[in-house]
Design a protein around this ligand. Structure first.
Ligand SMILES: Cc1ncc(COP(=O)(O)O)c(C=O)c1O
Length: 358
């Protein structure tokens, strides 16, 4: 049995080789995207290069979602992933440090290192930012990453803390990369978009519109020099983001309000089923306030992930990939029936192999 070293082993895996496979792994919504997104395809005929910064019509629509934003302040990217990568590379300085939350989204430390900088960490308390810790760690940093709601903790940061962070980072002249890809999946309050001269708001169509595979994301910033630098870099790397994806994304946005409003209760119900199911199994975890993840404590999470995959055809992600030792991350982007089936397999595992763990 091959060792599972990283999420790459699981990303994109389906039931082609194993019909019984059930995935609490990848964070991809199972629900269909807004029909407007694919209804355009029958008559879609765009195959030429597009603007490197992103099609103007799409940037205009995105700008409409941010108070007083303009299309010039937006860059359309291959998912939030490319936005994070390009922005970090564009602001990279020799010896630069970037403060990351811990637990973190598994790509962040790699993104920082690939950009030639060094990750440093502010540890979360029960998934929440401890402002004193944050203030201490960010001194002298080039940038900080904020991720609320968070992957993998599912927690949402308090608005009061976010406001203090805005002020601190503004005074220190630090870039704030605010990864808000779960902004439309919050169960406890409205989203609070971070603001400031050096704030870069990163977003995606992957989660809001269930369009992960189309690779459509963007960022917004008031820093026009940063926009110019990123567009220049992108013209030498991926060039334009797929124009078909952009056209589908624009069409999806026309259904935004009804789509998001009708899906939130579905996610909330799944959250309740998953949370209660894990509590009933005796696991220790935080109740998710947003996104679709839980991160319960599990002894020897690496071994547990292997046992669950090879013995129960159940995909989970090792907490160590997220800087969370002895925890397993579950994505509950599945229908209620599959969540129930997955919990039943987990229950069996906890009652058998897991009992022998030291
Ligand atoms: C916190 C966070 N940021 C970024 C991404 C990447 O998103 P995209 O599909 O838009 O590249 C993900 C995907 O799971 C995520 O959870």
């Amino acid at each position: 049995m091959p060792q599972i070293e990283s999420p790459a082993f699981f990303i994109g895996k389906g039931t082609a080789d194993n019909e019984a496979l059930l995935s609490f792994g990848s964070g991809q919504p199972d629900l269909p995207p807004p029909p407007s997104a694919y209804n355009i395809l029958q008559s879609y005929r765009g195959f030429k290069y597009g603007l490197v910064q992103g099609e103007l019509t799409l940037r205009e629509a995105i700008a409409g979602e941010y108070p007083s934003a303009t299309p010039e302040e937006i860059v359309v990217t291959n998912g939030a992933s490319e936005a994070i990568d390009l922005v970090l590379r564009a602001i990279s300085v020799p010896g630069g440090r970037v403060a990351l939350p811990r637990p973190y989204y598994y790509s962040y430390p790699h993104n920082v290192t690939l950009a030639g900088m060094t990750p440093v960490f502010y540890d979360l308390d029960e998934g929440k930012i401890n402002y004193e810790t944050f203030e201490r760690v960010v001194q002298g940093c080039r940038a900080v990453m904020i991720n609320s709601p968070s992957n993998p903790t599912g927690t949402v940061q308090d608005v009061a803390t976010l406001r203090k962070i805005e002020e601190l980072c503004n005074n220190l002249g630090i870039y704030v990369l605010s990864d808000e890809v779960y902004k439309d999946l919050i169960y406890v309050r409205e989203n609070y978009p971070l603001k400031g001269k050096r704030v870069v708001t990163i977003n995606s169509f992957s989660k809001t519109y269930a369009m992960c595979g189309l690779r459509l994301g963007y960022f917004h910033t008031l820093d026009r020099e940063l926009v110019a630098k990123v567009v220049d870099m992108k013209s030498h790397t991926s060039m334009n983001t797929s124009i078909a994806s952009q056209a589908m994304g624009l069409a999806a946005m026309s259904e935004r309000a009804t789509y998001v409003a009708s899906h939130l209760p579905i996610w909330e119900k799944r959250r309740d089923t998953m949370y209660q199911g894990l509590v009933d199994l005796g696991l220790d975890l935080w109740k998710p306030e947003g996104a679709f993840y839980v991160l319960p404590a599990i002894k020897n999470s690496t071994r547990a992930m292997h046992d669950l995959y090879y013995n129960y055809s159940l995909i989970t992600y090792d907490g160590t990939w997220f800087g969370a030792k002895d925890r397993l991350r579950f994505s509950y982007a599945l229908d209620e029936k599959k969540i129930g089936e997955g919990l039943a397999r987990l229950a069996k595992f906890l009652d058998t192999e897991y009992r022998a763990y030291a």
